[in-house]
Write a protein that binds this ligand. Structure first.
Ligand SMILES: N[C@@H](CCC(=O)N[C@@H](CS)C(=O)NCC(=O)O)C(=O)O
Length: 209
């Protein structure tokens, strides 16, 4: 297998953390997004969507989405289970992973990509250029705040986000809320359940990857 990574970007970090939790050692190639390497002919030949992470399986199948990478690795390396064990647990992990993607990852990306001067003309990842829309940054900020409230509510009476054990949903939420902090939108100090959850996940060795 070959894993295409970028150490400074949140999406590949989600895959890295999943790989670390599985205890896997996968050949890794760095794609420097800062230098625009995702748009090089060499990388576009691997992933025409021009994004990381990418996992190429031993059979040469190319997986370009975090959820696809996690689903594949969970199937070929079932232990430890990171996507639930029963039908209901699997569904809950998928549900919360999707909520994190749609209600936190996309808004955080909207904020950064529509406000940072370095992202001018690159408001969406991918091979096509889009101009920034400042209103999307403002909307993204409001949506992240709403997500923080939802996270705090969900974590009131539980240790982990989706099920009674650590899962992919925790990885996604931990990496993306951490990235939101870098972008100036940390979990509010009064959200004690979320901050305890964040510290709990940060203690795991995989959080260091
Ligand atoms: N759907 C993808 C999203 C991947 C994605 O957006 N990756 C970003 C890095 S966080 C990227 O490759 N950006 C390239 C760019 O900004 O041109 C996933 O979660 O796996």
């Amino acid at each position: 297998m070959i894993f295409y990574d970028c150490t400074t970007a949140p999406s590949p970090r989600r895959a890295r953390m999943f790989i670390a939790e599985k205890g896997l050692d996968i050949e890794t190639r760095q794609v420097d997004l800062g230098k625009g390497e995702q748009l090089s002919q060499e990388f576009l030949a691997v992933n025409p969507l021009a994004t990381v992470p990418v996992l190429v399986t031993d059979n040469g199948v190319t997986l370009t989405e975090n959820i696809a990478i996690a689903t594949y690795l969970e199937a070929v390396h079932p232990e430890p289970a990171l996507m639930g064990s029963t039908a209901e647990e699997r569904a809950q992990v998928m549900m919360w992973n999707t909520i994190v993607d749609q209600q936190c990852a996309l808004p955080v990306a909207d904020v950064l990509r529509n406000s940072h001067p370095k992202m001018a003309g690159r408001a969406l990842p991918g091979p096509d250029d889009f101009e920034q829309i400042p209103e999307l940054a403002a909307r993204g900020k409001a949506r992240v705040k709403i997500f923080h409230d939802r996270l705090e509510q969900q974590l009131q009476d539980r240790q982990y986000l989706a099920i009674n054990q650590f899962s992919l949903a925790d990885i996604s939420a931990f990496v993306i809320t951490g990235f939101a902090t870098q972008v100036g939108m940390p979990i509010p100090p009064v959200h004690s359940a979320s901050l305890e959850w964040q510290a709990r996940i940060a203690d795991r060795p995989s959080a260091a990857v």
